[in-house]
Design a protein around this ligand. Structure first.
Ligand code: GCU
Length: 357
């Protein structure tokens, strides 16, 4: 079939063979996923910090009666945690529907600190009974190669000198969840982490490393996110590992002009999320991210869910996705909408259709 042929041309490393040559089976599928996480830390994202010594939060803004037309409670929490004895603190928004007792929950990693925000349609989420937390990634650490500020500075002090910033933002989303699980009544069987673009890459890393998230949602994440790297269109390792070197560990840079030598590809990241749910969204005109490579990555990773007796990705093997369809049948869901690189309401609504199923 057409899709399988396209995938074969990418010559991907095998998900089903351990680095020491052993074959992966249903019995050792979790062990291999632990290996995916090791490989991802060693080769691309850098070392994920240890769990914090403690996490606490202080309410710095109480909800108001008219929040979201009176349908929600919006509070702002200042979160503090400590890693190896060093403290760090950043704020996040907590938005809870007033009438839902145990809401499904999303941790959204955002570009800005607004609530609502053009990327976070607060009322749509609330109207569908979802509770959520959102934070601005730059409140964790700056989006540049300054490794002295925010969490980057704290981690450097305690000996993490090669953790990329995507991993730091992902780690912070997990700390928000630590607090939420301690302090809010939410439906623990349905917790997603979500992000767009560089923060879509971040959401995937978070989902791969933190199993409390039952779903990871990446929007237009592209290169080093949900797209296959080998022979992808648009952005390539040669560009991203130079322009955004601080997102990654140093080793990633070595693959800049030889990505065919990488002992992994991005389907390792997606497969690390198995057997939980994964949502990948693309946009037709987002050629920099490359929708085709995102779709093919879902096809490649989907095989891994079979080890758990689950259906991975249900897709059309004869062609790429078009903008009128959604693929919501399996544990991996996908849609491609019309338009450009953006986190649109259509993306959220389609994701929520799946998340609320
Ligand atoms: C740049 C970068 C992408 C990234 C995007 C974004 O275009 O090259 O990898 O996804 O910014 O975060 O908007």
């Amino acid at each position: 079939m057409y899709i399988e042929k396209q995938l074969k041309k990418r010559r991907l490393p095998d998900l089903f063979t351990f680095e020491d040559g052993r074959k992966v089976t249903a019995e050792n599928a979790d062990e291999r996923r632990a290996e995916f996480r090791e490989i991802l830390q060693r080769e691309i994202y850098g070392e994920m910090p240890v769990l914090p010594d403690f996490v606490r939060g202080e309410v710095i803004k109480e909800p108001a009666d008219r929040d979201c037309a009176g349908k929600a409670k919006i509070s702002r929490i200042q979160l503090t945690f400590s890693v190896k004895g060093e403290e760090f603190s950043f704020p996040f928004w907590l938005v809870m529907p007033r009438l839902v007792r145990m809401p499904r929950f999303v941790v959204a990693i955002n570009f800005r600190d607004n609530m609502p925000d053009e990327y976070i349609p607060c009322e749509e989420l609330i109207d569908r009974g979802i509770g959520f937390a959102a934070f601005c990634y730059k409140d964790v650490t700056s989006d540049d190669n300054d490794m002295t500020n925010g969490l980057a500075g704290v981690l450097a002090k305690v000996g993490y000198n090669d953790t990329g910033k995507l991993a730091m933002w992902a780690y912070s989303a997990s700390r928000v969840l630590d607090w939420v699980l301690e302090n809010c009544d939410i439906d623990r069987q349905n917790i997603a982490v979500a992000g767009h673009s560089r923060l879509g890459k971040t959401a995937l890393v978070c989902g791969a490393f933190d199993e409390r998230f039952t779903c990871a949602y990446s929007n237009d994440s592209g290169c080093s996110g949900a797209a296959i790297t080998r022979d992808k269109q648009g952005e390539q390792v040669a560009f991203i590992s130079v322009r955004f070197d601080y997102w990654f560990c140093k080793k990633y840079h070595d693959y800049s002009d030889r990505h065919h030598d990488m002992p992994f590809d991005q389907h390792f990241l997606l497969a690390a999320i198995a057997p939980r749910n994964l949502y990948v969204a693309s946009a037709l005109e987002d050629t920099w991210a490359d929708p085709e490579s995102e779709y093919l990555c879902c096809v490649a990773a989907g095989e891994y869910w079979k080890l758990y007796g689950k259906t991975g990705f249900v897709y059309n093997g004869e062609r790429m996705a078009n903008v009128t369809e959604v693929f919501h049948e399996g544990c991996i869901a996908y849609h491609m909408r019309s338009g450009v690189h953006y986190w649109s309401r259509e993306d959220w609504n389609k994701f929520l259709d799946y998340f609320l199923k």
